[in-house]
Design a binder for this molecule. Sequence first.
Ligand code: ADP
Ligand code: MG
Length: 352
Amino acid sequence: ARTVHQIQSGQVIVDLCSVVKELVENSLDAGATNIEVRFKNQGLDSIEVQDNGSGISKENYETLALKHYTSKLATYADLTSLQTFGFRGEALSSLCALSKFTVITCLASDAPKGSKLEFETSGKLSSTSVVAAQKGTTVCIEGLFKNLPVRRRELERNIKREWNKVISVLNQYACIQTGLKFSVSQQPTKGKRMVLFSTKGNQTTRENIVNVFGAKTLTVLIPLDLELELELTTAPGQRRKLQDDREIKQIRIRGHVSRPAHGEGRQTPDRQMFFVNGRPCGLPQFAKVFNEVYKSYNASQSPFIFADIQLDTDLYDVNVSPDKRTILLHDQTRMLDNLREALVALFESQDY
Ligand code: ADP
Ligand code: MG
């Protein structure tokens, strides 16, 4: 069943990176265990995301790329207990408006007969044809921003920076998702396709990191498993402070971090990955604390960081920015103070 809902927000597709992120998240939401991301000319020509997820059922073809159609949200109240990445039903309609947009999809029960769907800029389904396919969905985006010349030119001008951003976000998904085979490849306009990195359906994030960044990375890593306590004096989302209305919240930070020892492999800052309950995001304030504490031991390097902040969903809000990469945390300053203390304790406990 589909739900039309009325969450107002800005554009979800602001750049190349948001395209990739929305498509990968749709594949994850569809329960994929295998995802292939294929770029042509760093995405300037095309971006293709193929998954082995649920596929799309026929009754949803017509509405697939219409604004605000989502299959993931039953009621508005569900927003607070959201398990899926997507919920706004905006990505595909935006992509349709901004590029040539094609979908090939197949339910398990229909394999090896799938459907190829083509859409008009408005999101209206323009054609359906039968093609050979396996269970899952492939979404293809060609000529991103082709109908917005200013944005297209800007994308081309900044492609190097955009591409780096795309790769680091894909690194994040590849490293956090266990049990997923994830591969990313790129084909230059003239030349052959190259696999940039791939994970093998590993059981641990450690193995994912080895697949993505190489085994050498491990030689500098120690496990990160910090338990922070946050004493709330005000319930999240509540203004008034009530006396005796205290609550202790447990926050756990799990992952991997460089051991601060001199002379070991230099890490680059783009290998700093943050997640909130497994959702990749940018957390510059957290990065700052990690970097500061690390640098007090090892001034000349920055650490490799893979940190998943696990906490109650009422302690944060992902609905702040359309791309959901900015996350608003309750009582962030106190959380960061606690983190600083815990990190110092972790590094102190290492023998050098
Ligand atoms: P949202 O993810 O917020 O629901 P999207 O515009 O990203 O909105 O996608 C619209 C709908 O299309 C989804 O709700 C889902 O039903 C379907 N969909 C998109 N991508 C896939 C996919 N890879 N596999 C299965 N269904 C998909
Ligand atoms: Mg989506």
